[in-house]
Design a protein around this ligand. Structure first.
Ligand code: UD1
Ligand code: F6R
Length: 371
């Protein structure tokens, strides 16, 4: 049931304040006596000690689920102190890459039925790793075959393009980082700030959704483009990849997410006065580096669209010549959840304006059950 919406993708984008609330329900604690601000992930509580002691945490997934894990990687590294590596499921299987008994392998999948991810799971089980699932589908193959895990509880996702599952996956993995880091005194203030940030996140997402009209206007400008680049770094490298994935899979426009730190190692050659470039430059530890990326793109007459924190327009675009999209600022590690909203809206509107099928892009299936 699409309710007042025309498409499932549109509905699922707009229901994110509610889906995020459901994801966190019963799992975030604030108040009480000793453990004032903390998280409780019922499915993991008996396994946290093993995870903390593991030699490495390996995230494994495909497509959007992989991107969500990439978004959560920095906070997991920071709070767990355990090295965190990333694997695209098919590539791990192709390489028969090393997975050890001392590893924690975390399988991220909305459907819980993706063939590539299931093959990687079988491989990791054979190799004796602790296998943790993060899925939206109770009773799915990933939920059943992993040793333990967390359901993201985002509600059924029908649009082929994953939207609300992405933001709920990031939130669950941020909560995973909080749970693993729970025994570390030195990060307590940081963890409490993140818990506060999580409580307020649905409101901030609601605020970001007000960019709908602005993103439709931007889509009108980009409707006939051949290509769109998205630059991000740090916490928002994943946002660049995921924004580009949405644009290519539903709007059928070539789009590439680029790690801004790699700009000078190739992508800069593409920059001219025609190619539209979105730069994500919200306020975090990488902000001044992104400012200089913007300057360099500007010097090459790049057609810039900058996503920045509220009030930063003059800082990111002193010349006033780029299009600026302001989003509410949240705790740095949660910013990807807010920043993807305008890009989801852009992909949606571009698709509708270009006359393509939003909910069933050509050649794609919701659940990819073949290799
Ligand atoms: C569980 C109940 C929830 C109830 C809550 C009350 C289920 C599905 N969830 O939620 O209805 O309100 O207790 O305390 O009954 N698991 C995996 N792999 C995965 C995902 C999950 O093995 O990929 C396992 C978990 O380790 C856990 C179980 O499935 O044993 C349920 O996980 P989850 O729904 O996340 O647990 P709770 O949030 O505690
Ligand atoms: C993108 C998309 C795909 C899926 C990928 C993994 O919008 O839907 O990239 O994210 O096929 O699917 P799950 O998460 O079900 O394993």
């Amino acid at each position: 049931n699409k309710g007042k919406y025309e498409h499932y993708m549109q509905k699922e984008i707009h229901e994110q304040p509610e889906s995020l609330t459901t994801t966190m329900r019963g799992r975030l604690m604030r108040g009480g006596s000793c453990k004032a601000k903390t998280v409780l992930l019922g499915g993991l509580k008996d396994h946290l000690k093993t995870i903390r002691r593991s030699r490495r945490i390996v995230f494994i997934g495909c497509g959007t689920s992989y991107n969500a894990a990439l978004a959560a990687r920095p906070i997991l590294e920071e709070l767990s102190g355990v090295p965190v590596t990333m694997e695209i499921a098919s590539d791990l299987v192709d390489r028969q890459g090393p997975i050890y008994r001392e590893d924690t392998a975390v399988f991220v999948s909305q459907s819980g039925e993706t063939a590539d991810t299931l093959l990687a799971l079988a491989y990791a089980l054979e190799n004796g790793a602790l296998c943790v699932g993060i899925t939206n589908t109770v009773g799915s193959a990933i939920a059943r075959r992993t040793h333990c895990g967390v359901h993201i509880n985002a509600g059924c996702e029908i649009g082929v393009a994953s939207t609300k599952a992405y933001t709920s996956q990031i939130v669950v993995m941020a909560m995973l980082a909080l749970a693993i880091g729970d025994d570390t005194m030195s990060s307590q203030l940081r963890r409490e700030a993140i818990v506060d940030g999580l409580f307020d996140l649905p409101n901030k997402v609601r605020e970001a959704l007000k960019l709908d009209q602005e993103m439709e206007d931007l889509a009108k400008l980009l409707i006939a483009e051949q290509s769109l680049l998205v630059f991000g770094r740090g916490y928002n490298y994943a946002t660049a990849l995921e924004g580009a994935l949405k644009v290519k899979e539903v709007a059928l426009m070539h789009s590439e997410g680029i790690l801004a730190g790699e700009m000078k190692h190739g992508p800069l050659a593409l920059v001219d006065e025609n190619l539209p470039i979105i730069v994500i430059a919200t306020h975090d530890a990488c902000f001044s580096k992104q400012q200089s990326v913007i300057q360099q793109l500007h010097a090459r007459k790049g057609r810039l669209i900058v996503i920045c924190s509220k009030g930063d327009a003059a800082l990111v675009c002193p010349s006033g010549s780029c299009r600026v999209i302001e989003v509410p600022q949240v705790e740095d590690c949660l910013q990807p959840v807010v920043n993807i909203i305008p890009l989801q809206l852009l992909a949606y509107h571009l698709t509708v304006l270009r006359g393509y099928n939003v909910d069933q892009p050509r050649n794609l299936a919701k659940s990819v059950t073949t290799e």
